[in-house]
Design a protein around this ligand. Structure first.
Ligand code: KIV
Length: 266
């Protein structure tokens, strides 16, 4: 077991101490993140964009996710490893079980699935079988073709009400964590208070229980030059990657990141 477990994250939420998460895809960065004190390493399917150069996360396969999860595991000692089920890897309940097993056997301690209320049944089945699940809500990049682009979600009252209700239902189904992407800060704060499980935000304001960024974004690395509003370049005031990672941890813990300028309004 790593030093950081689900129990640690739950007690951080109870104490009101912010949880730090970064994406991570290899052993060397896993070690560097451990040294900086990052508590959760997300093997995100964002690797399709930042490592593989695709223009979305859709081409990423379960075999690639398992490969990178195993790389991260070999460099990690302390952090909890969260791994993404990629596009359509949870199209059926049977695929969800098989593919989650692949990620857990590669070294994940929790798996992340994108969606809303329809995830409830698979979350329940996974939790019953010993697999903790993080439900990724709000902007779900695997659904970019339905959403019509990478847009803020939950801006109108109907959408906001639905998201609040879905979050509570997914907690009741057995989710161990929620991740809210590109959600108005006020709505993210309400959801974080409404559930007992930790809520991690990206573009969701400072009142969630923790923060996540894509590693390459926070190191100021970009292929396209388009940087989302919620990103801060932590390399700007630092002279090494190691100190940029540490600055991220300090700013999340000190609640100086994210600032109001990194969030969205309704
Ligand atoms: O794949 C990923 O990196 C993610 C983050 C954007 C939260 O899901």
């Amino acid at each position: 077991m790593p030093a950081i477990t689900l129990t640690t994250l739950q007690s951080l939420k109870q104490k009101g101490e912010k949880i730090t998460m970064l994406t991570c895809y290899d052993a060397t960065f896993a070690h560097a993140c451990n040294e900086a004190g990052v508590e959760v390493l997300l093997v995100g399917d964002s690797l399709g964009m930042v490592l593989q150069g695709h223009d979305s996360t859709l081409p990423v396969t379960i075999a690639e996710m398992a490969y990178h999860t195993a790389c991260v595991k070999r460099g990690n000692t302390d952090a909890l490893i969260l791994a993404d089920l990629p596009f359509m890897a949870n199209a059926t309940l049977e695929q969800t079980m098989t593919n989650s097993a692949m990620l857990m056997q590669a070294g994940a301690h929790m798996i992340k699935v994108e969606g809303q209320l329809w995830l409830a049944e698979s979350i329940r089945l996974l939790a019953e079988r010993g697999v903790p699940v993080c439900a990724h809500m709000g902007l779900t990049p695997q659904a970019v073709n339905i959403l019509g682009g990478y847009k803020v979600q939950g801006r109108n009252e109907n959408q906001a009400r639905q998201m609040r209700a879905d979050a509570i239902s997914l907690e009741q189904a057995g989710a161990s964590m929620l991740l809210l992407e590109c959600v108005p800060s006020e709505l993210a704060a309400e959801i974080s208070q409404a559930v007992k499980i930790p809520v991690i935000g990206i573009g969701a304001g400072s009142d969630t229980d923790g923060q996540v960024l894509v590693l390459h974004d926070m190191l100021g690395l970009s292929i396209t030059g388009r940087v989302p509003k919620f990103v801060k370049n932590f390399m700007q005031d630092q002279d090494s990657i190691q100190s940029a990672l540490k600055a991220y941890v300090n700013e999340v813990k000190g609640v100086t990141f994210p600032g109001i300028e990194h969030g969205f309004s309704a």
